[in-house]
Design a protein around this ligand. Structure first.
Ligand code: ZN
Length: 279
């Protein structure tokens, strides 16, 4: 599932090919994804110039001339694929095709169809029901120890689950929460309210570092972004704990001090951590 760095990478990749261009045609191949496409979706986009492509939490925010905004979410499995040629037949999961005036084709491919594409007015973006109530952007200055401490105060839920709450902080998902807690040496099992102010300060820095490094890794994957299979948003970068159950812990000396990376379930999601290093 794409998290903040993946969506940021998609936004930056789309910005390169879309900003300043005009949608020459938009084709939808089904009635919708998680939600139906808005009425006249394709017609309302066609002919518009793309002014800016950005991101809020895990949403793509595409600003068009005339004050129209395309809000997109990639759901569980959505991908935006850039290609230079229009004439390849669409695959079964290619649901929307965007063609700009220079002939570049961007296809939204989403096998599980949990993604969404909606339209709204520029003045309504922040207050839109999908975005209203979402917490601070973790890479912005407004996300600091004081803000996070305020959001965690009194919460009995484990810190792992609290950080997944989009009202606490925007855009974090399972992968980057596990990685951030590992770096900050905080057990994912600790009640959020028991994490000390000093630890929260450390955690904020770790969240920012983990995300910044992942975005940098995604950015390096963008170099070849225009090619027949130019897929955006998924890239190789090293996770220290995520998906590494049973592997040696990268920061401990190993057995018997540390039994390696453990996987437990919290609120139905896998948590990966080191029980020795994270207390
Ligand atoms: Zn360890």
């Amino acid at each position: 599932m794409p998290e903040l760095p993946e969506v940021e990478t998609v936004a930056r990749g789309l910005a390169r090919v879309w900003e300043g261009r005009r949608f020459a045609s938009v084709v939808t191949r089904r009635a919708g994804l998680r939600l139906p496409f808005p009425p006249h979706f394709a017609q309302r986009l066609t002919g518009r110039t793309i002014e800016r492509v950005g991101r809020r939490a895990k949403y793509l925010v595409v600003r068009l001339d005339g004050g129209l905004v395309l809000l997109g979410h990639l759901g569980m499995s959505g991908r935006m694929v850039i290609s230079g040629l229009k004439n390849t037949p669409p695959g079964p999961h290619d649901h929307v095709e965007f063609v700009t005036d220079d002939g570049v084709v961007v296809t939204l491919t989403d096998p599980r169809r949990f993604g969404l594409m909606i339209l709204c007015d520029a003045a309504e973006v922040e207050a839109h029901p999908l975005l209203a109530g979402i917490g601070p952007e973790p890479l912005e200055a407004g996300f600091d120890a004081q803000v996070l401490a305020g959001a965690l105060a009194g919460k009995a839920t484990p810190i792992k689950s609290a950080l997944l709450d989009q009202k606490v902080v925007a855009g974090l998902g399972n992968i980057y929460v596990c990685e951030s807690l590992f770096r900050a040496r905080i057990s994912p099992l600790r009640p959020a309210r028991d994490v000390t102010r000093d630890e929260i300060g450390l955690l904020v820095g770790c969240v920012k570092d983990v995300l910044t490094e992942a975005i940098a890794a995604g950015g390096s994957s963008l170099r070849d972004h225009v090619r027949p299979d130019g897929e955006l948003g998924y890239f190789q970068h090293g996770f220290k704990v995520y998906g590494r159950e049973g592997e040696p812990c990268p920061d401990c000396a190993g057995a018997p001090a540390c039994g390696g990376i453990r996987r437990i379930a919290q609120a139905g999601r896998s948590t990966f951590y080191c029980a020795e290093r994270q207390r």
